[in-house]
Design a protein around this ligand. Structure first.
Ligand code: SF4
Ligand code: SF4
Length: 353
């Protein structure tokens, strides 16, 4: 990504929030405005998530320059943060210290022990496992806020038991997020049948029970299921809130400045709004976005009889819009539906009869 494009992205995203800031300043009493800043920082925050391919191929200098530009171009009242999702192979001591110094939140992809992590290899097919684990240790040592993202595939559940899976990540000692494999992009060609969702949900339910008994690390997804099903709290992820089409606060930018609904659509022309370098403001894409999604009909079939189908918990949009557009359904939502049913039953039997 060129500096020109980076510059345009920072300026145009900050402009949207500056407008929000000014509106709030004009309409709210100053006391309340200050509290909004204090207690609802997301209203006044810009979060940049760096994805690839592999985003660390751009080099540490690229991110150093991006941080420098953010501090010059984004008004101080707006809280700016950066996340990065990496395969972990290019992290070293200097990168880890850079992340720490600049408050990056780092997600590292690792699917389990080496025999489970077998899809994550270098171009010469050599396993990246040992390097990635060593680099996660560097993040731990530098006290970088980070987590490991494990993608669960139909193969995962065949090759490892829930107890082994939980024990591996417990010993690794970093917080965990679990994702479900989608047969798109680099996953194209790997088999994924709807019945796999049942197996994955069963696997995760067994992991969840172990988690309840012995919580050694934080698993954000499991905590959000507990919050949702035990405390009626909203599920926090975009796939459940439907925020990507109901609000205009999220965009995905390709390296050349092409703009999409979110990063998942990058490279799919049908979902491109335009190019950031050819417009004055991001608002120019709002009409396109509204038009594209005005008549959008989510596949809510799976929401019927889902434990999460309560307004206060889930937006009931049928899951991730990208998955629905490409596959017709969201595999993770199918897993969530099955898993939440199991958890609700478990809760009834053991916690709140
Ligand atoms: S299937 Fe359940 S979790 Fe998925 S969107 Fe519908 S209500 Fe929400
Ligand atoms: S397309 Fe999916 S991942 Fe992207 S913002 Fe929408 S729900 Fe979230």
């Amino acid at each position: 990504m060129t500096e020109e494009t980076l510059n345009k992205i920072f300026v145009s995203t900050a402009d949207i929030f500056s407008d929000n800031l000014n509106n709030l300043k004009d309409t709210l009493p100053s006391d309340y405005f200050n509290n909004v800043k204090k207690y609802h920082p997301r209203y006044l925050s810009l979060e940049y998530t760096w994805h690839g391919g592999e985003p660390l191929l751009a080099g540490q200098e690229f991110y150093a320059r991006a941080i420098e530009m953010q501090s010059c171009l984004i008004p101080k009242e707006i809280h700016t943060s950066n996340k990065i999702q990496t395969n972990g192979t290019l992290i070293n001591k200097s990168v880890a210290n850079f992340f720490k110094k600049n408050n990056f939140v780092v997600g590292v992809s690792l699917d389990g022990p080496e025999y489970v992590n077998k899809n994550r290899v270098y171009r010469n097919k050599k396993s990246s496992f040992a390097d990635v684990v060593a680099n996660i240790k560097l993040l731990q040592k530098a006290e970088v806020t980070h987590g490991v993202l494990a993608t669960i595939t139909p193969d995962t559940v065949k090759n490892i038991t829930p107890a082994e899976f939980m024990s591996f990540f417990g010993e690794l000692g970093s917080n965990l997020q679990v994702n479900v494999f989608y047969p798109v992009g680099r996953g194209l060609g790997l088999s994924c049948k709807k019945s796999d969702s049942q197996e994955i949900a069963k696997f995760l339910f067994d992991c969840f029970k172990i988690y309840l008994e012995n919580k050694t690390i934080t698993i954000k997804d499991f905590d959000s299921y507990i919050d949702a099903l035990f405390l009626n709290q909203k599920l926090p992820y975009c796939r459940y809130t439907g925020s990507c089409i109901t609000k205009e606060n999220m965009f995905g930018f390709d390296y050349n400045g092409d703009v999409y609904l979110c990063n998942r659509f990058i490279g799919l022309d049908k979902y491109k709004f335009g190019n950031i370098n050819e417009v004055q403001s991001l608002n120019e894409f709002s009409d396109k976005k509204q038009k594209l999604y005005k008549n959008y009909k989510p596949n809510k079939k799976n929401c019927i009889s889902c434990q999460m189908a309560k307004n206060e918990i889930c937006g009931q949009m049928g899951g991730c819009i990208f998955a629905q557009e490409l596959l017709g359904y969201d595999p993770l939502c199918l897993v969530t539906k099955q898993l939440s049913q199991n958890i609700a039953q478990y809760k009834k039997e053991y916690y709140m009869p």
